[in-house]
Each structure stands twice: as structure tokens, then as C-alpha cells.
Design a protein around this ligand. Structure first.
Ligand code: NAD
Ligand code: ZN
Length: 347
């Protein structure tokens, strides 16, 4: 098992392992009692028996409906009701056992129920292990706006078991891989080379390769959180591919997955970077080849480009009237700019 320290205002560890049984020992070491487990139906169907065995004496279990469309206020209220029903109190620890949806909801619940109860993240998707479980951002969707309500709330620890990733379907696995490619392009040229050299093994989900990429991405995320816990500057580098990606997701009514939209977003924004000579054509082609190799989409037909641009402007991350783009600068680095207009993509 490897450990990464996240030195935010509240420090905590991210544990990465192939041995899920180590979770029990950690819970004892951290003296966490009165566990309330939050998970979703898919994860419960796969791992319910395992949960019963690992945690024979828990305060409660709540199994929510899976997917982004359930990341809403009704689900949140339902969970508050279950906590109250079980007499959950300040001694209770909420365990987020699932993907980013479960993690984001659990984070919000833990930060608000009784003004804050303990939280541990046990992420089960690649997306959640590499990204959403680290950094404390949580929230839910409201009135069509993604993550518009939420807070920052750090867990006691994060426990990433690589073996959970074996049961993800291909589409969800690749969805997470898109975010890993993002980290590599803007933060870490060594990781980018590693992914390129181990493409086949990664598409076959070889354990040691998965371990390496989850470990490296967790380290990158931890370092960025240390420098910018509240997403004021440095953390925004992780929005590479997201200005265009978020707009595409919303334009297609969330019928394409976040990672798929980000893949198209990364290619569009890398193309902008090439036009500005921040990266050369060889680098741009390398990005396109890598994304294509994993069968992630590289383009999508948008009939109403003005609508796409207006969605981009509505993005809550926009600064004033200006759009913000994160553009790769030489591979392994990026710059954040507000100097570009959306139609620069097509100029
Ligand atoms: P998800 O939680 O919906 O999980 C994807 C699907 O995989 C679901 O159907 C789930 O039931 C299933 N699943 C989960 N674990 C599984 C396993 N081990 N085997 C088989 N199936 C499994 O989605 P996600 O991609 O994990 O996360 C996306 C969410 O994360 C979005 O809501 C996004 O806003 C959020 N997010 C948050 C942050 C943050 O910093 N808080 C960062 C990135 C993304
Ligand atoms: Zn993302």
C-alpha cells in the first residue's frame, strides 16, 4: 500500500492499494465508529456482500440510484432522512463507497449534517480515484446547473483499491482515462510518456500499470490542492479540455459522458494552443493519436455553434465577460488565459 499526504488546511492521506482488506485496519487505526455507508445500486450489486463481510456492525447503509441524474436535492434530502432515522450524530462517519456521484453527494452531506461529520472516501471508479475523491470539492446539480450547490470539505482519508476498477464497464473506464490523459498533458510529461509506452497494457487494465497511473495522478492532484485548495488559481489548470468539454456535455444534454466531452475539449483546446505556437504540430498529433487509441471521441458534429458558444459563456467558471481557457504549453505544462474569444477555435 502506498500513502500520499495531502497538505491542505486539514491534512489527510490517500492510500492506494491492491488489498481491499486493509480498509478495516485503517478504520480501526483512525478510531472511526458508527459507520454509515453511502453507495449506489450498481456498486451495491457488485460489492454488497463484500461490504457486509468487511463491516458487520454498521450504523446504517443507504443505496441510492446511480448516475448523474440522481445527483440532486431529492437524493440529498432522502439521505438526511435516513441519517436522522438511524440517529446518526457527531460520532458518525460517513463512508462514500462509489464513483464521483456518490463521493460528491457524500461530501456535501458530511459537510452539512450536524454542521459536519467525519467522512472517508472509498472511490470505486477511475474518475473518482484520480480526481473527484481528492481535494474536498463536493456538491450536486440544481435546476440544470451542474455542481452549482456545494462546499469544500476534506475527508479523514481516501482509500483507493485498484481492483475495484476491474468491474467498470469499458465506457466508464475510458471516461476516467480521459482525465488521466488530461493530467499528463498539462502537468506531467513523464506520465504522458508512460501512458504512451503502456497503451496496450492500460487498455487491458493490467494491475501494476493501473496502480502507477492512479498513484501518479493522486500525487499531482495532492500537490495542486496544497498550492490552491480553494480553486483560485493553480487548481484551474485541471480545467484543460473543460471549457469546451462542459459546453459539449450540456449541448448534448449529458448524453455523452464527461470524459468523452473532455476528450473532444482537449483536442479543440490543444488545436488552439497549436495555433498560438504553444505546442507544435507533432505534439498536437501525439495528443490526437493517444485519445484515438483509447477509442475516446476526437470530434463531434455541432449544428448550432452559436448555441454552443452561449452555453460556454454561461459556464459558472467564466470570469466576468471573458472566457477562460487552459492551453497546453510545451507538453507537461499549461497556461491559463482569458485573452481569447470562443471563435478563435475556428479563425
Ligand atoms: P459515477 O459515480 O456516476 O459512476 C459511473 C458509473 O459506474 C455509475 O453507474 C456507477 O454505478 C458505476 N460504478 C461505480 N463503481 C463501479 C465499479 N467499481 N464497477 C462497476 N461499476 C461501477 O461517475 P464518475 O465518473 O465516477 O464521477 C462523475 C461525477 O464526479 C460527476 O458528477 C462529476 O461532477 C464529479 N466530479 C467531481 C470532482 C470533484 O472534484 N469533486 C471532480 C471530477 C468529477
Ligand atoms: Zn473533469
Amino acid at each position: 500500500m502506498k500513502e500520499i499526504k495531502v497538505n491542505s488546511k486539514k491534512s489527510y492521506s490517500v492510500f492506494i492499494t491492491n488489498d481491499v482488506n486493509l480498509l478495516r485496519g485503517l478504520i480501526d487505526t483512525y478510531k472511526l465508529h458508527s459507520l454509515f455507508i453511502l453507495t449506489d445500486e450498481n456498486v451495491y450489486n457488485l460489492y454488497g456482500k463484500f461490504l457486509d463481510k468487511l463491516f458487520p456492525n454498521i450504523l446504517g447503509l443507504k443505496v441510492i440510484k446511480p448516475g448523474e441524474k440522481n445527483k440532486n436535492i431529492n437524493t440529498i434530502m432522502d439521505i438526511y432522512d435516513s441519517l436522522i432515522e438511524k440517529n446518526a450524530d457527531k460520532k458518525t462517519t460517513l463512508v462514500a463507497f462509489g464513483g464521483g456521484v456518490v463521493g460528491d453527494i457524500a461530501g456535501f452531506i458530511a459537510s452539512t449534517y450536524m454542521r459536519g461529520i467525519k467522512l472517508i472516501h472509498v472511490p470505486t471508479t477511475l474518475m473518482a480515484q484520480c480526481d473527484s475523491s481528492i481535494g474536498g470539492k463536493n456538491g450536486f446539480d440544481y435546476k440544470g446547473y451542474k455542481n452549482i450547490i456545494g462546499s469544500f470539505y476534506q475527508p479523514e482519508f481516501v482509500f483507493s483499491n485498484i481492483n475495484f476498477l476491474k468491474t467498470l464497464d469499458d465506457r466508464q473506464y475510458l471516461n476516467g482515462l480521459a482525465e488521466i490523459i488530461k493530467y499528463a498533458i498539462v502537468c506531467d510529461i513523464n506520465l504522458l510518456n508512460y501512458i504512451n509506452q503502456n497503451k496496450k497494457a492500460l487498455s487491458e487494465r493490467e494491475s501494476d500499470k493501473l496502480f502507477h497511473i492512479v498513484y501518479q495522478c493522486s500525487k499531482i492532484k495532492a500537490k495542486i490542492i496544497e498550492e490552491d485548495e480553494f480553486d483560485l488559481n493553480k487548481r484551474q489548470i485541471l480545467n484543460f479540455g473543460h471549457t469546451v468539454g462542459h459546453a459539449i456535455e450540456s449541448y448534448f444534454n449529458f448524453e455523452i459522458l464527461h470524459g468523452e466531452a473532455v476528450a473532444i475539449g482537449m483536442i479543440t483546446e490543444a488545436y488552439m494552443a497549436m495555433k498560438l505556437k504553444y505546442i507544435d504540430e507533432k505534439h498536437f498529433n501525439k495528443i490526437v493519436e493517444l485519445i484515438s487509441y483509447f477509442n475516446l471521441p476526437t470530434k463531434i458534429k455541432v449544428d448550432d455553434i452559436e448555441l454552443l458558444f452561449s452555453i460556454m459563456h454561461k459556464d459558472k467558471k467564466k470570469t466576468g465577460e471573458k472566457l477562460k481557457f487552459v492551453l497546453p504549453y510545451d507538453l507537461g505544462h499549461a497556461i491559463i488565459t482569458t485573452d481569447l474569444k470562443e471563435n478563435f477555435i475556428f479563425d
